[in-house]
Design a protein around this ligand. Sequence first.
Ligand code: SAM
Length: 335
Amino acid sequence: MSQKEIESLFSTLDTSVQMLQKELGVSYLEGLSETGENILDGKKARRENNLPSEETAEALNTLYQDLPLAEMEPEEIRKSFQLALLKGAKEDKLQANHQMTPDAIGFVLAYLIETLMDPTLKTIRLLDPAVGTGNLLSTVYNGLSARNIEVVAEGIDNDDLLLVLALISTELQGQKIKLTHQDALTGLLVDPVDIVVSDLPVGFYPVDKQAKQFKTSSEKGHSFAHHLFIEQSIHYLKKGGYGVFLVPSQLFETEEAAALTKMIQEEAYLQGMLHLPKELFQTKNSRKSILLLQKKGNHAQQVKQVLLAQIPDFKNQPAMLHFMQEVETWNKKNK
Ligand code: SAM
């Protein structure tokens, strides 16, 4: 992968965003969505009410003409776009629940999916019901495509700006991903999928009436969105399909966990819980883990030994290799 091209595309995106910010008075991420739409729209700056000025629009068009998109691999484009997203998240002070899934975590999720999936599948249906900027879904998509697996993916989010950014990033990468702007905890027009992968929003879901449709809703007050998301995801999995979720490490330690545990026991098998390295998180309460569920049916069974692991520090290569061997041995024993 060429670092030079990744940085060059980021630098062009960044320059164009700054030009748009200056003239339109928009935030960084709004500027990124504007420039992304211009690029997709024939590499031509859109003007409304004489803004941006003709001079700036011309300068933007010249920048867009030099974009090396045609020579770049999807992963390179994703990484460039991700650098711009990271800058935007910092500059716009995006709240934690809206931040994109960092690569380090995305790669572990992608690795788990590639290891777990049925090796005879040539096509795989993926869903991320909290797709945000699309970074996680794109990472998994590119990982599977690199193994010559055809991916049919869908993403849902209720934040329109993040969803536009996901649309731009995935289109620039040439990915076939259907994106829908919707509250993912309402009825979805999604055919059952092989895998749901999602970095779940953590906290309360404000719509109590809707939450009441779920077994994991709380009896009093607001329910936990991440519990409802897990239940909703299981609804849209094929029998025997996997749910791979990024969740708070203390998922099963709260008072509300009883209803979640009961729902999981009824609908699925808890096949694994992998704790991410604590160095990645600032506080104990913000630590995350990967929850691995398999929907009941189609010969799925509770594994003899649930995969419980502490993922080592990503920088420790020998420990990472050892961890991957452990996962592969576990997978072979339980297939
Ligand atoms: N994986 C994403 C990425 O790489 O950008 C980041 C996901 S972020 C941690 C959680 C996402 O959940 C946010 O984009 C937020 O807008 C979305 N979200 C929160 N509540 C939602 C709801 N009820 N329906 C759909 N999306 C929701």
